[in-house]
Write a protein of this length. Structure first.
Lengths: 387, 387
């Protein structure tokens, strides 16, 4: 076989399968074809399903196409599109290709008038793009796209062998593009679903926040501070604090006070000190929160942060009186962030401290109430002016 | 070229790219190879990343392999695996293949002792699987899997041409399998994210339900009844009620009373009749709910169900007094389901009706309080014994 670039192009086409970003994939394809096959320029018209139209998605080459990319759009009634969709290519040129030179010769011969008119129109469309050859990409019977090729750079003509090869290549490319689009769609859906989950959780957490008159915006602040602390810990010691952990921490800090939904409003909003019985109810909120969420396995570690964010490093916290390393890191982080935010906002029983005072008090409680490594991450953040 | 099945197999390998279910893909591959290449049997060992082990995933053919599928597992120190991973195939057989007959001949020759031992071990492994040929699937430098082929059915030997072709095919297959696995992983992640969203919403809605002493389980019942009504409407008139609508309805009915989070508990749980001012607050819950959710574009139509589930067909509802077709279908459905559930459970001000009585009352209110087509779907469900 005389086509020396064939193997290279085939290999390139195969590895395209794992490029899951359609735009990048299409650019790679156009550039590869142009370079390897040594044509003056190459363009790809791609089908847009929603509007049943074909758009010039990419256009490569020193000569360039006559029409700027993005401007060219061909509807289903365009002769070039109709020619391929009605499979006139099979009838005249052999499967999947139109060769302009051959088309011109054929036009001089006797043809059925309708076909002659269609071929003329098709040729005119190819001239607009300065295309010598048009190659169709089919997936099953759908025309997914059209590859347009300019002149060969060394002035040679395209051989039938080359045309056949391009037709085979076009079907690989169609498959790769379709695969990439399916992948992309799935990825976008995943992102959408994730935003839906986070935003709904944020909205509900804010609504629950609003019930406690003194904690307006508390959840949002605790969440962002928790994440800042975790990132600081990550930089100092990247053990365990991977993306997954950060995601659980995000969810957990959003939901940390969810159990307050079960505390009567008269207790939540009481101005004076709580009676022992009231205090008892109030201190039930972490366990209550964990109980609300316990049937959701996908929340994983996030539930531990809800359940244990009122444990204390010295074992004097609730609900279980866990000590030191028994307390999950996720809970230790929320505990410090929660306390810092409580100290720096007004509460029924006292005025807010300034940040300096709050940091000092939390530092003094390191090793008693708080995990010292989390405290030192908070202090670092403060010194760096990040909080 | 003498291999008549080549083109068929190549085409099959290409279309594999769009099979995104790894298990199905692997079965198709094994069956296709067995049939087209006419070998007695074929098996595929696939890499399992977590445990760095290779498992006999599929085994096809009338003869079958000597070891049942799923039982065979080869760790990284297995001679066959080591042979390919250390790329001894390149050294002895040419890229990516081991041919048992050739291996036996080579063993009689002088070889470095370590290599001789490894090759012997490799051959023994192939005998266990009754494999004449082993073909490696690499992706970049990772050994993704091994294709094992039995004897050719017509007693012929494998030609070098055939081996070369199988090696090329194996790399296509590796790519297709990898693509399918990436796809599958993404799909599983999407499902997980969707469950996370639904379950968290369900848990929070139930917690809010629990605040209103009289509505235990209300949200869950309204949700399932709304979906039943929608499916019944779909059967009668499939306009508009697609999967997307059902999903929005699911979310919307879960969240329909979310605004109650902003209603004081003393009003929610009051035993006697509400004062005009209290009633006013209570009737603010649909608008409040919509307000909580308004910043979440992904909720789409679901917000309309929250906002308008207390509108009435004759325009006498709240918050906006919408009439007839002005009321979104999603809200009309929740309205009927909500009322039916309220009627059939005890409330502070009255005992529950039985289902019969509730259906009669709702029928009487069709065209006044309720959209008649939704009422008739409810009645249909009741007659069919589904509620």
């Amino acid at each position: 076989m005389s086509i020396d670039y064939k193997k290279e192009l085939e290999t390139a086409a195969k590895s395209m399968i794992l490029v899951h970003e359609p735009d990048i994939l299409i650019k790679i394809i156009a550039r590869t074809i142009m370079q390897k096959a040594k044509v003056s320029h190459a363009g790809i018209l791609l089908h847009e399903k929603d509007r049943d139209t074909y758009i010039l998605t990419v256009s490569r080459g020193p000569l360039g196409l006559k029409i700027p990319k993005g401007f060219a759009r061909m509807d289903a009634d365009n002769p070039l599109i109709r020619f391929f969709r009605e499979r006139k290519d099979k009838q005249i040129f052999g499967d999947g290709a139109i060769i302009s030179e051959k088309a011109k010769r054929i036009l001089r011969r006797r043809l059925p008038p309708a076909l002659k008119k269609l071929l003329k129109g098709t040729l005119y469309q190819m001239e607009i793009f300065a295309a010598e050859v048009a190659i169709a990409s089919y997936f099953r019977n759908d025309l997914l796209g059209i590859l347009l090729l300019g002149r060969k750079t060394k002035g040679k003509k395209f051989s039938q062998d080359e045309i056949d090869f391009f037709v085979a290549l076009a079907s690989d490319v169609a498959m790769a593009i379709r695969n990439a689009r399916l992948f992309k769609d799935l990825q976008l859906e995943l992102e959408k679903e994730h935003r839906l989950f986070l935003n709904t959780t944020i909205a509900l957490a804010a609504a629950i926040d609003a019930k406690d008159h003194y904690t307006h915006g508390h959840t949002a602040r605790v969440t962002s501070l928790s994440l800042e602390i975790a990132r600081t810990l990550s930089r100092k010691n990247n053990k365990k604090l991977n993306e997954k952990f950060l995601e659980y921490l995000h969810i957990s800090s959003l939901l940390h006070d969810i159990g307050k939904i079960g505390i009567p409003e008269v207790i939540l909003n009481k101005e004076g000190p709580l009676s022992p019985e009231e205090r008892n109810k109030m201190e039930g909120h972490p366990a209550l929160g964990a109980n609300i969420l316990k049937s959701i396995p996908e929340l994983g570690e996030a539930i531990l942060g809800v359940k244990y964010h009122h444990e204390r490093y010295d074992g004097s916290g609730y609900p279980q009186g866990l000590k030191k390393d028994q307390i999950p890191l996720i809970a230790s982080i929320i505990s410090v962030a929660d306390t810092f935010d409580a100290m720096t906002t007004d509460r029924p029983y006292r005025r807010a401290l300034n940040k300096d005072g709050a940091i000092e008090e939390i530092k003094r409680s390191g090793g008693k109430q708080f995990d010292p490594k989390v405290v030192s991450a908070l202090v670092k953040l403060y010194r760096e002016g990040k909080i």
